[in-house]
Unconditional design. Structure first.
Lengths: 590, 302, 328
């Protein structure tokens, strides 16, 4: 008897525990009504097959809808708040709840578990190749029958179709590419090229504004600058080149950015050339070796910051702000020093042409940027209609302009159809711009769109103004940014900006940007890739700091030998095959 | 059923709910070990993935280069775990001598602040280390000011003494925290025993040696066993933040090696395979040590 | 040998008695301190002062850096005292959405989780010393072995989902109740308690639960305090489970919200890496707050509460709670 009593006691303890568990269950509304099985055929509208794509009936907004948004691009997890959240809420009665693998220490785990559970989210942003697999496993909603009814999405139909022709059997539409534009596949409309040698205009002139024919001239010029300024004005040691390690993936990122100067881009284990050639990264005649050697020579000349191998990106930021780094390459590094005021003093950093470069520059992402947006297969029909309506707005001129420049009145003003940034608009990223309470309140930056990816790129043309959506490409902004530095630069080099100069002098090749799902690594390949990547990274760093030429070459040889032992040739063969379709598409577009 | 048996079963039933919890949360999910025998790639269901048998277990040693790597990695693992095990009595000593401090305020102060490093994440530790030891950092500035060196020393880039310096960091971070268990154990030592010893004229070193330490030994041995079984599990965070191209050869322990290799979506099956192997090694070590303790000390620890 | 008198008198009385006794003793012993003992103490003071400095300085370094101008801090200029004092870092951290709710969740999971774990560890630690238990060693080892098992994240998640522990507060608590490490610690401690205590109580007719609550709990308080510290700290610091289990923002704990805040600050790096646009405006975002300053601020916010609560636990480590039972 006693035995039974104890058993029942134990059982009831357990039951209590599980009941507690059950009662505490607070599943959000979004998953509540969405437990229908996978539906690939949707029945949102009945007469969608007709020729005329009639606008779909407005979706019902009466109930609040929390959209679970699985987003590999987001750097924020949680419900979108602030001014952008308010716009979405007012228009669609939706809360966007972002689930961000990037925010986790272990994004792979999040992906694995959510896939295993069969529900990634209501809206989903993934890399092309992952999307392809999710479509095959039935995690993605079919958009074929409805998408053309949405006028703003329909504007990008040719790009959308192009991408989806590679998905599934190629006849259906599942996913929408991101960052598309309608400027044409080979258009390049940016203000500055992405990677190029950049120096302080005053310093370059101080050492006699030498004409740079090649990398040796560049190094000598940098050496002269460093000799004249071994420290910054405050007396902190300064170097021509300062590197950082925490962005390295399967190679040394700093080197990989510089290979573009000489017509090759590092993609996995191969170098892809402006001439559509493919060579292994370990090609001694290739740009990776060349640029690694450039850093090595720089170090031999004492131009490389000795902390380079141990510091991270944050340390570099403060060094750039203190003018302790004399060579930039990324265009956005300007943000750490340049300003209109400094431009007028003539100390802004600018591109300095090196005559023998052939810059590898991809065109604007006409077809999309490699990530795609889709709707989860488990959403209910009503919610599906609401999501499509939201996406159409997201691609509309109104939605895109809000995305790229904020809201009228606060961040910009309109006069005679011309948009002009306000003071707040200019400083919206760098200062604390307060948003009025009726627009959502809080700080502008905190309330900015956290989806961090958009269907339409900022270089696309706003039909209302005839200018790009991007606020720094408005004619009013460009006017504002004319300074002594830019004027002197244009005078000396005889071009309005670097893009024009490099084009004119055949020092740059714009390769069409292609958006397709390339082959995914098998597990074997991905293991080889990881292990080889580690060897390449470590060897590269050691080679930059090699003792002498012999040491440099010996380490290169040792690296190549070790890579062979790990299956490097398989990897190169895989990548060569992987990128071939992209090169074919490029040739077709050129 | 005899009364004795009923009682024995009743005792079991009293812990059954907790055993059920353990079975549910720890044993039931072990079916996931079968992922190790597949080439699993999300988002596909496991059933649609190819079965590969022991491929991932053998892939670790499939080429000479990989064997060389594994050997070096195991060397590092053994060295770092070995040093840690060899100095595992430090927290105990720390607690014992802290207990000898008579000023209660000072003792509590030390006890509190020495746990602080435990709460500072490794990433943060590295930021501090970088601030102190970079080429213009405090250490180099001081050394250069006193003319002890001409050129800054790149401390974080050194490939010598990596095992030792990593142990120093680890000890700094963990010592105070690990001592808590011993501080608790000391507080349970019988006062009368101490009193009796004092009456007998024992000095403090003698009391420490004959009373305090022996009464801490059970805790010490249990922790030792746990640590021995954890031999292969150094964790990776510390080594991950401190690794760079120059010290990689000596800093890469097994956990870091696996992380460097399998990080990302490609390696789920591989990492399950390795964690299976590690579980196996741990349990075997546990059994061996426990058996050894039974043979030597006459009682098993677990 | 056992002092029955102690068992009969109420516990509080006994403690008071003990405290009086130990005070008396301390006064007595203070008088006769030998030279050797004095040297020992001096050495201890020196060593522990150094240790305290080594541990305290980095934390001091973090604090002065969070209130100093961020650009000086990023440069590594702030080493001994703050410069350009401001509280901007803390103000922006305290402005995070849902911070208050997250704090509530953190406090709930810490207190509840700790209470469950402490109780379970003490209870199981005691029960597993009961040699009469059916297959005692087997069950004990069954639990201990889980310390070394790792099933992988997918089956674990699916189990949690099947049990409706996703988007459910109990998902934080239930898996943490039985903690093998804490169990081992407690059991070892209970074993050092003289068996005679239990036997005496049983002779007086006490059942096993009565023994546990009235005899064992009072004497194992130091180890319960230890387990409480370990468990509270791990609950307070945990955030990886949130990422996998919870999408409901109302269930986010403080650590998770702060971690997310840190990621936003470091988002610039990934933004710059992925973007092809040349918007240099975005780069300026990094100037107002650096990742390092955010990380330091978060460290302070997270550690300070622990440091405030820790001394409360410390009082359980004070000598003299153990009953005056004598063993061998």
């Amino acid at each position: 008897m006693k035995f039974k009593k104890m058993a029942s006691l134990a059982l009831s303890t357990l039951m209590a525990a599980s009941m507690l568990a059950g009662c505490g269950d607070t599943a959000p509304a979004s998953t509540g009504g969405a437990q229908t099985e996978n539906k690939t055929e949707t029945a949102t509208t009945t007469e969608s097959g007709g020729e005329t794509a009639a606008a779909p009936a407005e979706a019902d907004h009466s109930t609040e809808y929390t959209v679970d948004f699985y987003n590999v691009a987001a750097n924020f997890q949680g419900v979108q708040s602030g001014w952008y959240g308010k716009i979405v809420k007012d228009k669609f009665n939706m809360d966007i709840n972002i689930i961000a693998p990037q925010v986790s220490g272990d994004g792979a785990a999040l992906y694995q578990t959510r896939c295993a559970a069969g529900n990634l989210g209501d809206l989903i942003i993934l890399d092309n190749a992952d999307m392809q697999e999710c479509i095959e496993t039935g995690l993605i909603h079919d958009l074929t029958d409805v998408i053309e009814q949405y006028p703003n999405l329909a504007k990008y139909m040719s790009q959308i179709k192009q991408f989806n022709s590679m998905m599934g059997d190629g006849t259906k539409i599942y996913a929408i590419p991101l960052e598309m534009n309608n400027n044409g596949p080979t258009a390049y409309k940016q203000l500055h090229v992405y990677s190029y040698p950049r120096m302080g205009w005053d310093m370059y002139n101080e050492v006699g504004a030498p004409e740079l024919k090649n990398l040796d001239d560049l190094l000598n010029c940098l050496a002269d600058i460093q000799k004249a300024h071994p420290t910054n004005d405050k007396g902190d040691p300064a170097y021509a080149i300062s590197l950082w390690k925490d962005w390295d993936s399967q190679f040394m990122e700093n080197v990989a950015q510089l290979t573009k100067w000489y017509g090759q881009e590092v993609n996995g284990s191969v170098l892809i050339g402006t001439d559509n050639s493919i060579a292994p990264l370990t090609d001694k005649a290739g740009a990776y070796y060349k640029m690694l050697n450039f850093f090595y020579k720089a170090n031999q000349m004492g131009l490389v910051d000795p902390d380079s191998a141990t510091q991270d990106w944050n340390s570099i930021v403060s060094k750039m702000q203190d003018k302790r780094v004399y060579l930039y390459w990324y265009s956005w590094q300007y943000g750490f020093w340049n300003s209109p005021a400094r431009g007028n003093e003539g100390t802004n950093y600018v591109e300095i042409p090196v005559a023998d470069t052939n810059l590898y520059q991809t065109s604007d992402t006409y077809y999309g940027d490699g990530r795609v947006l889709a709707i989860g297969s488990q959403v209910s029909d009503e919610n599906f209609a609401r999501l499509m309506e939201f996406l159409d707005w997201y691609a509309s001129p109104e939605g895109v302009q809000i995305q790229h420049a904020g809201t009228e009145g606060l961040t910009y003003t309109v006069e005679n159809g011309k948009y002009t940034l306000t003071e707040d608009g200019l400083n919206r990223f760098s200062a604390e711009v307060a948003v009025p309470e009726e627009m959502g309140g809080g700080n502008w930056n905190d309330g900015n769109n956290q989806i961090n990816q958009w269907i339409v790129a900022s270089c696309d043309i706003n039909p209302d103004t005839g200018e790009p959506y991007a606020s720094d490409m408005w004619s009013t902004t460009i006017e504002m940014n004319q300074t002594k530095t830019t004027k002197e630069w244009s005078e000396k080099f005889g071009a309005a900006d670097d893009v024009e100069y490099l084009n004119k002098n055949n020092m740059m090749t714009v390769v069409p940007s292609i958006n397709m799902a390339l082959a995914i690594d098998s597990t074997d390949i991905s293991l080889i890739r990881k292990q080889c990547g580690d060897i390449i990274k470590d060897s590269s760093w050691r080679m930059v700091f090699a003792k002498d030429d012999a040491d440099f070459d010996a380490q290169w040889e040792a690296m190549v030998a070790e890579l062979e032992g790990l299956g490097w040739s398989d990897l190169v063969a895989f990548d060569t095959e992987k990128y071939q379709p992209m090169l074919d598409a490029r040739k077709a577009a050129q | 059923m005899t009364k004795k048996k009923v009682y024995s079963f009743k005792l079991f039933l009293m812990v059954l709910p907790f055993i059920v919890l353990v079975l549910l949360f720890c044993y039931y999910p072990l079916y996931g070990w079968m992922y190790a025998f597949y080439d699993y790639k999300p988002p596909k269901a496991l059933a649609n993935c190819p079965f590969v048998g022991f491929k991932w277990f053998t892939s670790l040693i499939s080429s000479q280069t990989k064997i060389n790597q594994i050997v070096q990695v195991l060397k590092n693992t053994f060295a770092m775990s070995g040093i840690t095990l060899g100095t595992s009595w430090l927290p105990m000593l720390f607690a014992v001598f802290l207990n000898e401090i008579r000023g209660v305020k000072f003792r509590k102060f030390v006890q509190t602040v020495t746990t602080l490093p435990n709460f500072v994440s490794w990433v943060m530790v590295y930021s501090i280390a970088f601030a102190l030891f970079n080429s213009t950092g405090m250490m180099n500035s001081l050394l250069m000011k006193f003319g002890m060196i001409e050129q800054p020393i790149l401390f974080l880039q050194q490939s010598e003494h990596v095992w030792f310096t990593q142990w120093l960091w680890l000890t700094w971070k963990n010592l105070g925290w690990a001592a808590i268990m011993y501080i608790a154990a000391i507080s349970s030592i019988d006062d009368e025993l101490l009193q009796a010893a004092r009456v007998d004229g024992a000095n403090r070193m003698q009391i420490i040696w004959h009373i305090t330490i022996p009464s801490l030994l059970p805790t010490y041995f249990v922790l030792l066993v746990i640590n021995v079984a954890n031999f292969l599990n150094n964790g990776m965070e510390q080594y991950y933040v401190f690794q760079n191209a120059f010290n990689k050869e000596f800093i890469q322990v097994l956990d870091l090696y696996v992380y460097n290799m399998a990080m990302g979506s490609g390696g789920y099956s591989v990492s399950v395979a390795i964690s299976m192997l590690k579980s196996l090694v741990s349990v075997v070590l546990l059994i061996i040590v426990n058996g050894a303790s039974k043979a030597i000390r006459g009682e098993s620890i677990l | 040998m056992i002092l029955r008198k102690d068992l009969e008198s109420p516990l509080s009385e006994r403690i008071l008695e003990k405290k009086a006794m130990s005070k008396e003793k301390e006064q007595k012993t203070k008088i006769k301190v030998s030279a050797g003992d004095r040297t020992l103490e001096i050495i201890c003071y020196i060593i522990f002062s150094i240790a305290a400095f080594l541990c305290l300085y980095p934390f001091y370094y973090i604090i002065i850096n969070t209130i100093s101008a961020n650009d000086l801090s990023a440069k590594g200029d702030i080493l001994f005292w703050p410069k350009g004092i401001h509280f901007h870092n803390y103000m922006s951290a305290f402005r995070i959405d849902g911070l208050f709710n997250a704090l509530k969740i953190s406090l709930m999971r810490t207190t509840l989780g700790t209470a469950f774990t402490v109780f379970a560890s003490a209870y199981l630690g005691f029960m597993f010393t009961q040699e009469k238990m059916w297959m005692r060693k087997f069950w004990y080892r069954l639990i201990v072995a889980t310390m070394y098992f790792n099933a992988g994240i997918i089956p674990w998640f699916l189990v949690m989902k099947t049990m409706h522990l996703t988007n459910n507060f109990w998902g934080y608590i239930l898996p943490a109740i039985v903690s093998p490490f804490n169990l081992i610690l407690t059991k070892t401690f209970v074993e050092s308690v003289p068996k005679e205590l239990q036997e005496a109580a049983e002779m007086d007719g006490a059942g096993v639960l009565t023994v546990f609550f009235r005899v064992i709990i009072p004497v194992i308080k130091p180890i319960m305090a230890t387990v409480a510290i370990f468990s509270a700290v791990s609950q307070w610091n945990a955030f990886q489970d949130t990422l996998l289990l919870m999408t409901d923002t109302k269930l986010y704990p403080l650590q998770f919200v702060l971690y997310q805040y840190l990621n936003q600050a470091s988002s610039l790096a990934s933004l710059a890496q992925s973007t092809t646009s040349t918007s240099s405006l975005a780069a300026a975002a990094a100037t107002s707050q650096t990742t390092t300053s955010v990380r330091m601020t978060i460290t302070v916010i997270v550690v300070l509460p622990i440091m405030l609560v820790y001394p409360i636990f410390q009082k359980y480590f004070v000598k003299g709670i153990m009953i005056g039972a004598v063993k061998g």
